[in-house]
Design a protein around this ligand. Sequence first.
Ligand SMILES: [Zn+2]
Length: 291
Amino acid sequence: MPLVSMNGILAAAAKEGYAVGAFNPVDYASMKAIMCAAEEENAPVILQTSAKTVRYYGHETLAMWMRELAEQSAIPAVLHLDHGKELEMIRRCIETGWTSVMIDASHLPFEQNLAMSREVVDMATAAGVGVEAELGEIVGVEEDISVSEEDAHLADPDKAEIFCRELELGVFAPAIGTGHGFYKGTPKVDFDLIEEIYGRTATPLALHGGTGLSDDIIQRCIRSGCAKINISTHLKHAFVDGFSNYHKTNPDDYEPLKVLGAQFEVMKQLLREKIRQFGGSGKGRQLAAVL
Ligand SMILES: [Zn+2]
């Protein structure tokens, strides 16, 4: 089926109490692994590209790969831009076929964040494309920019309410204590804050930094209002380890397709596990019928 906007699938997920996995592909094989995992689990799925990956392959190439994979599939899939910080990058994504974009102006003061996010909402809505926007600062490294724990601050619920009232968002990303990359120790996730923000904004929430969170934390986040869970770092590790571990155990095998096949399986198994954990299995085709 054609690529879909994120708004419909996240509204359904929030209503039914599960979360849609949002995974970052880094090449065609990882994109295909995400689609295969979602197909086998019969689950809706979000494929989100970092701006860095878009710059590496170019907009047209990524959009073409994704359109082809989605057309062969019966489950709803979204092509989303993760952490878009430049309007020109976002504009080109909308023009070339992304069905959802994130504007991350969270480093700016509130009014400027709101103004820049509004500009993206206006541009995207006119094209039928959904929007994610961020408030507060999420700890960790994103697009080579590092936010330390001292600099990170959680989203303010009063501002979150104004932000979501002013903007028509498909999904909202408030900083709630999670971070990008693997965690050192247990993160201090503020579940009360998630519940309060979800209660006051009635907008499905995105959980950034899903890699390495315990199952208990994941389930509590879903119950509190998170309908989109981002996994990037864990998939990067499966990508590299899947390739290198095969070579370590088969040092004489220089048949590239066998190495790629092993790497593909490692990624797909991880992705299926995550989709199941987030509760999306079995929801794909029935959701496709009503979108
Ligand atoms: Zn993020």
